[in-house]
Ligand binder design. Structure first.
Ligand SMILES: C[S@@+](CC[C@H](N)C(=O)[O-])C[C@H]1O[C@@H](n2cnc3c(N)ncnc32)[C@H](O)[C@@H]1O
Length: 203
């Protein structure tokens, strides 16, 4: 595998020194789309929230600042991401921020736990997305919201060529996947250059 391709594999599952570098870059580089997308949500005090594919944990920190008495959970398939997210949130770790290793395919949380589930720049890598969406529905409370934030929306983008195992979905495809999974009030928001936020609510 070429050096560039091998480096970008760390987007899908950060590992080792290159993975740590990628996590630092993503914490910084994904800030604009994340801040834009989270600003579209009306947060409430006391919410329990989950960020799937939390990477280096910057989104956990942002979610934590969105309300009083909130609890924020993060999960990621990569050991390196979990370590970085724990470090970035060390001050609140295991008190109000909880981070564990695991996959969107089988979430280690009880039914109806979360008011909000977020997925920032990660659904590209989830195997069997419809199954993962059922897991998201299961862990959401009734009326709870799922927010997908993505920057890569074109199937033939350069990113899908350099990042192995990456699938880019259009906002319309993601909305349909949410509709088919059983979410209601699904919405698409877009902002140039290619930011997209796709929301759905558990009925
Ligand atoms: C491009 S990074 C985005 C990280 C973070 N959300 C951000 O915005 O900086 C994708 C993250 O999704 C994680 N990931 C990939 N497949 C996953 C899965 N099946 N379940 C949970 N996390 C996954 C990767 O390990 C990686 O940390």
């Amino acid at each position: 595998m070429g050096l560039l391709k091998s480096f970008f594999t760390n987007c899908a599952n950060p590992k080792g020194r290159m993975g740590r570098l990628m996590l630092r870059f993503m914490n910084f580089g994904h800030a604009p789309v994340t801040n834009w997308g989270l600003d579209l949500i009306s947060f409430k005090d006391g919410w329990t929230m989950l960020d799937i594919g939390c990477g280096g944990g910057a989104t956990l920190k942002r979610l934590y600042k969105k309300g009083a008495n909130v609890k924020v959970y993060g999960i990621d398939i990569s050991e390196e991401s979990v370590a970085k997210a724990r470090k970035v949130n060390a001050d609140l770790l295991d008190k109000q921020v909880f981070v564990c290793q695991g996959s969107a395919e089988k979430l280690p949380y009880e039914d109806g736990k979360f008011d909000l589930v977020t997925a920032v720049e990660t659904v590209y890598f989830w195997p069997n997305l419809p199954n993962c969406l059922q897991e998201v529905l299961r862990v959401l409370k009734q009326g709870g919201k799922f927010a997908i934030l993505v920057e890569v929306v074109e199937g033939d983008s350069i990113w899908t060529k350099v990042v192995e195992g990456m699938t880019a979905y259009s906002p319309e495809q993601l909305k349909k996947l949410l509709d088919d999974a059983g979410f209601v009030n699904t919405e698409i928001h877009c902002k140039k250059p290619s930011y997209a936020a796709i929301f759905g609510v558990k009925p």
